[in-house]
Write a protein that binds this ligand. Sequence first.
Ligand SMILES: C[S@@+](CC[C@H](N)C(=O)[O-])C[C@H]1O[C@@H](n2cnc3c(N)ncnc32)[C@H](O)[C@@H]1O
Length: 231
Amino acid sequence: MSACCEPPEPLQGYDRVFDDRMARHDAARFRRSGLTWDPRRVVELYRAGVVRGETLLEVGAGVGDLTVELLRAGMRRSECVELSGAYDAVAAGLLAEHGLTGRCVRRAGDFAARPGLTAPADVVVLLKVLCCYPDAPRLLAAAAAKARRQVVISYPRDAWWVRLGAAVCAAYPRLRGSDWRFVVHRPAAIRGALADAGLAPVRTERRGVWVLEVHERVAAGAGDRDAVVGN
Ligand SMILES: C[S@@+](CC[C@H](N)C(=O)[O-])C[C@H]1O[C@@H](n2cnc3c(N)ncnc32)[C@H](O)[C@@H]1O
């Protein structure tokens, strides 16, 4: 088989970086002070009717704090898929605390490599996940194929100072024997992958390092509807 046709090597050691210590830390932060900026905006956009749907697929869900809040806000059910299995116990605890155990199913695995792990959903969300995966177009193609209505993403800005930070960060996972790297993908590649799948941006927000985008299925020939907030 030629190199171009070989399946990619499975990614190893994500649970050495995204481990149970990080899971406990993230859950404690959520209990203490609620959601961080990008998931909080997703819930606000859901309440405002910009993010729309009854079913959620959250890829790279971490402890699932966004899922908890979207279910509390009115979404009916959710599936979460995580490359690291180290979050599962803590995530189950958060769901139980909020009486949501029966409304969320968690799956472990690489969603880009194994999209059959999950069913389609109205809204597919990937917050701070593209920057944790080397092949953003592949991950986005899998997400778009599952999204009946919208794909919501957040990712770091493509700026020299973010790329410098990514290069510095790379030492840590190497020391822990993990394939995880912080990757700054080109926005054109991100938007191109979603456009190829028939989705267009309807909302773009920027704050600090992060860009949050809502992409929606559009009819052919529809004009630019992207509402941009932030610089
Ligand atoms: C930086 S964390 C963000 C977690 C959560 N979305 C948040 O905003 O707090 C990125 C997560 O994405 C997961 N991840 C990355 N690529 C993935 C993939 N292809 N399939 C499933 N999970 C993935 C990692 O295991 C990690 O837990």
